[in-house]
Design a protein around this ligand. Sequence first.
Ligand code: PHE
Length: 447
Amino acid sequence: MAKLAHAQWSSRMTFVLAAAGSAVGLGNIWKFPYMVGESGGAAFVFVYLLCIALIGLPILVSEWLLGRRGQKNPASTMSELARTANKPKAWAIVGISGIIGAFLILSFYSVIGGWSLYYTLNSVSGTFSGQDADGIGALFNGMLSNPGLLLLGHSVFMLLVIGIVARGVTKGLEGAVRILMPVLALLLVVLIGYGMSTGHFGEALTYMFNPDWSKLTAETVLAALGHAFFTLSLGMGIMMAYGSYLGKEINLLQTARTVIIMDTVIALGAGLAIFPIVFANNLDVASGPGLIFVTLPLAFGNMDGGMILGLMFFLLLTFAALTSAISLLEPVVEFIEERSPLSRVMATIVAGVGAWLLGVAALLSFNVWSEPLMFGLGVFDLLDTLTSKIMLPLTGLGAILFTAWCLERDSVEAELGLSATGKSIWNIIARYLAPAGVIAVFITGLI
Ligand code: PHE
């Protein structure tokens, strides 16, 4: 059967929702608030916003631009663009490592998606009710030490992802984000509304927006930079793949601004939903990764309406994870679909089952296979480190360097619709500032 012509987003709005769906994920709801908590609140927020504007934005725009020009999966896009620009074919590595990075991340992202499903169930079944810190801690550790439970959560989550992606860009991806993103926004608004009613909203606001510059260290700056990268789903071929379904009429800079605002508002909103609850219950804001799986359930289990709030919170988390996970599978599927005789459905099954298998190894590293595999790390941590510290920065760096230095400068400036001043700013940022920033994160991440 002949394959259908390359898909296209049906409107700018659905593209924005899909890109924002990818960007808004565990990073926003889980990681950002705890990073703010650990790194001293507003000073971190400020630096993060700067990194998003100076590094995140140009790389996001570059990835879309490359994808739209190539109209293919990230690997074919990069080799094709390198060929037309008379540059070494080795540039294809940027696309390939993006696809591999997405595949690797999906494997362990789905494991956390499974935790989120499990906690959604726990909030309705009343498991958190009346528990003390030890009880909630035992629930979390009990989950991690139970391979069967982790496997179940991971498998259900991955099945959902496969089910959506198999249906294609218009029916699957767009169909999912059209429903999930508005519901996500609504849940967040209600949770923030609750935060306002606790009497501790002011404290949360001060905590998030009143900077204490003494807390700002080199480490904080780098963490902010790394997170700006992660939260926009850069360096994984995702935005390139999403760009390949993009029509010529879309204004990339404006669209990037919209997506970035949505991503940032939701990350800040998650903080404004979480911190008032934490303060109102006298819990520790700086509890790190355990903030939402240990600290929050403790609060939900001991407050009025905690069951429904807990349900809403973990549904929010699950939806955010789901729209990101589908974006992780997409570049892999696009690649297999275009480079093999497999149909969309078969390509999705092959990629999804592959990532699922690797995810099984990752989840076993929390229990039966906890001995370190390499560099003192288990499979889960190894996958996380390899992708977020090495592959993502390098791939994102490749994308911006190629756009800024290898493509014809005039045509890029025209495609972005830049004014004379806009051109100078773009060139300084895209050629020097953003690459230097990424290199800094990369090097310091390794030491
Ligand atoms: N941007 C997502 C988040 O903030 C993370 C993500 C990473 C999504 C990789 C897709 C791919 O959670």
